[in-house]
Every structure is written in structure tokens, then in C-alpha cells.
Design a protein around this ligand. Structure first.
Ligand code: ATP
Length: 237
């Protein structure tokens, strides 16, 4: 039996008559971090949107053996998939704490308060600003809040779209360190889309490079990071 938690086969996606994904295959093992790299317009964001039924898809998307393709976004969320879209993911008028409470709204396990305190520990600035409107946080703080809010769902699969977008290098590094810690402590499987290949490969187990809607390259993240030809040809660093 395969240990693949997310198994995507022949995934195609289109906006109207513009085909963006041309039948991609990838897998993410349970408890691992996979990263999708690639140039602008390669189809990375569309891949995450396809997993959440936010774009019309063909092909198979199996999560823990169950087919997600054809299900509605709300049902996919109920299966434990949380999506942090690019540069968004918070309610700007609500306070930091209200955002976290909203993230845990569907939970009935009585651990919501404990998880909020946990994320104040992970991201201390969120604790300090718990009463402040999310929209008035800095970009980096909002990104931390968006991730913490998604984690309040206690997802089994976290989809992150360019968490480093607009962040200073030091903040980005700290954020990736926290993702690594959360992955280790909570066992959350993660699929991360990133432009910052060097950093993402440092925390990921598996990597996929998308090129014009196809998987151009894949392998263990440390192997891709160590291959000079790959780095020059695909990763630009
Ligand atoms: P980036 O790194 O720039 O965010 P990406 O790899 O995430 O790029 P996508 O956002 O998935 O790329 O876009 C892939 C292609 O699909 C692009 O050519 C884009 O113009 C097109 N596209 C994306 N969203 C739409 C849409 N709503 N309608 C039409 N075309 C779209």
C-alpha cells in the first residue's frame, strides 16, 4: 500500500478555454512538506485552487484514498484541507483573536482556546496584537495570522500559496522555521507554492517544478537543491 496521503493524477485545469494545467501528477506523503516551484504563470496557484475546487478540473485528486475531484469546496474543507491564498486569508475588520476564533469555528473538540494560546506562543506578535484589527497588521504579521487561522481548523492538509510574498528575508526565514516546527509538532501535511526556491527546498521533503502547466522536474528537495544544473536551469539561484 502506498503511503501517499495526497495523490494527484492527470490533473488538468482551465479558465474558460485557456488550458493552464496539462495533466500533472504529484504526491505528498503523510506528515511531509512538499513544495511546488516554478516561474510566474507556470500554474502553481492554479494547482492549489484546483485542489480546493476553485477552478474546473479533470483528473484524480485522492486524499487518504478518497476522491476529491468533483466535490464542492465546502466538502473539501470538511475533509481537512485548509488553503491560505496568496497575500490574503484574513478578515481585515475582525481582530486577530476573532480571526483565530473564526478559523476554529467548526471545531467541537474543546481545544480551540488552547490552540489560540499555542499560536500566540508560536507567533508572539499575534498575542501582543490580539485586539488589533487584522487589516492594520503589517504584511508579515498578516501572513502569520493567515497561517495560524488556517491551522485553527486543525487541517490534515495545509495548502500555502507563496507565504513569503512581500516579506523581508528575515521574516520569511522565521516563517519557514515556524512551518517546519508546526509540521514536526502537529504532523500537518503541507503543500507549499513558493518563488523563494532556496528557502522552500530547505524545509521541504519533496519538490516539484512546474513549467507551463506541466511537471518539468521532481524529486527529494535536498537532491534538487544540491544539483547545480537544476538550480541554474529551473530555480534561478
Ligand atoms: P505566479 O508565480 O505569477 O503567481 P503561478 O505559477 O501561480 O504564477 P497561475 O496563477 O496558476 O500561475 O496562472 C497560470 C496561468 O493561468 C497564467 O497564464 C494566468 O494568466 C492564467 N490565469 C490565472 N488565473 C486566471 C483567471 N482567473 N482567468 C484566466 N486566466 C487565468
Amino acid at each position: 500500500m502506498s503511503t501517499d496521503y495526497l495523490e494527484v493524477r492527470g490533473l488538468r485545469a482551465a479558465y474558460g478555454n485557456i488550458q493552464v494545467l496539462h495533466g500533472i501528477d504529484f504526491t505528498v506523503s503523510k506528515g511531509q512538506i512538499a513544495v511546488i516551484l516554478g516561474a510566474n504563470g507556470a500554474g502553481k496557484t492554479t494547482t492549489l485552487r484546483a485542489l480546493c475546487a476553485m477552478v474546473t478540473v479533470e483528473g484524480s485528486i485522492r486524499l487518504a484514498g478518497e476522491e476529491l475531484a468533483g466535490q464542492r469546496t465546502a466538502d473539501i474543507v470538511r475533509r481537512g484541507v485548509a488553503h491560505v491564498p496568496q497575500g490574503r486569508g484574513t478578515f481585515p475588520e475582525l481582530s486577530v483573536e476573532e480571526n483565530l476564533l473564526a478559523g476554529g469555528f467548526v471545531r467541537t473538540d474543546g481545544q480551540v482556546r488552547a490552540d489560540i494560546e499555542r499560536f500566540y506562543g508560536t507567533f508572539p506578535v499575534l498575542g501582543e496584537r490580539r485586539s488589533q484589527a487584522a487589516g492594520s497588521l503589517s504584511g508579515g504579521e498578516q501572513q502569520m495570522l493567515a497561517i495560524a487561522r488556517a491551522l485553527m481548523l486543525r487541517p490534515s492538509l495545509l495548502l500555502l500559496d507563496e507565504p513569503s510574498l512581500g516579506l523581508a528575508p528575515m521574516v520569511t526565514r522565521a516563517l519557514f522555521d515556524q512551518l517546519s516546527i508546526i509540521n514536526a509538532e502537529m504532523g500537518t501535511t503541507m503543500l507549499v507554492v513558493e518563488q523563494n526556491a532556496g528557502l522552500a527546498l530547505g524545509v521541504a521533503d519533496q519538490a516539484y517544478v512546474l513549467e507551463s502547466g506541466e511537471v518539468a522536474l521532481s524529486g527529494p528537495a535536498h537532491e534538487l537543491a544540491a544539483d547545480d544544473n537544476v538550480r541554474r536551469a529551473y530555480l534561478g539561484y
